[in-house]
Every structure is written in structure tokens, then in C-alpha cells.
Write a new protein. Structure first.
Length: 115
């Protein structure tokens, strides 16, 4: 099983980034997918989720209206479009795949929002 995040980097406040999480080794379309983040000295927090098949989405209040999660089952990839980025969005962003009891994580990608 592999989950590989990409697309992180340094961006100015107000800017945009698109994160990708390419997966392999499991039946992607059957899994609920999510993005989480962890800032220095803080606990990991859930950012956004998208369910299997129906693709229903949910967001943390802190990112609603700015972030969009999506998935491409044919490419076995989940995305996080991040707009209007703020310094408080700075964190390592992790991709997660869950079909209980299975729970898989990527290694994370750094997002830094700074002028």
C-alpha cells in the first residue's frame, strides 16, 4: 500500500496550492479519503473528507469556502485545492485512506504560507 502526497511548497498569503495524493495497493474507490494537517506543536487535525462511491464531502470550519477535496477513482488519486491561503494554514498535510478496520497514511507534504 502506498499513498504519496505532492504539491506542497511555499506560497504567499492569499495564494493557492493544489495537493495530490496518488495511491496504489488497495481498492481506492471503496475507501473514504481525507486530508489532515499537523502544525508544529499542535495535534493532527482533520481538514476535509470525501466518501467512497457517492463522493460526499465535509470540511473543517477553518477551511470551509476556501478548500475543495475531490477524487479521481480512475487515477486512484485524491486532491485538495487550497485557495485564499492564510499563514495559519501552514502545516504538514497528510492523506488518509480508511475502510474500517484498514487505515492508511501518506508521509505528508509541507505547506508554508508566508510573505
Amino acid at each position: 500500500v502506498q499513498l504519496v502526497e505532492s504539491g506542497g511548497g511555499l506560497v504567499q498569503p492569499g495564494g493557492s496550492l493544489r495537493l495530490s495524493c496518488a495511491t496504489s495497493g488497495f481498492s481506492f474507490s471503496e475507501y473514504d479519503m481525507s486530508w489532515h494537517r499537523q502544525a508544529p506543536g499542535k495535534e493532527r487535525e482533520l481538514v476535509a473528507t470525501i466518501t467512497s462511491f457517492r463522493g460526499s464531502t465535509n470540511y473543517a470550519d477553518s477551511v470551509k469556502g476556501r478548500f475543495t477535496i475531490s477524487r479521481d477513482n480512475a487515477k486512484k488519486t485524491v486532491y485538495l485545492q487550497m485557495n485564499s491561503l492564510k499563514p495559519e494554514d501552514t502545516a504538514v498535510y497528510f492523506c488518509n485512506a480508511r475502510l474500517r478496520p484498514r487505515d492508511y497514511w501518506g508521509q505528508g507534504t509541507q505547506v508554508t504560507v508566508s510573505s
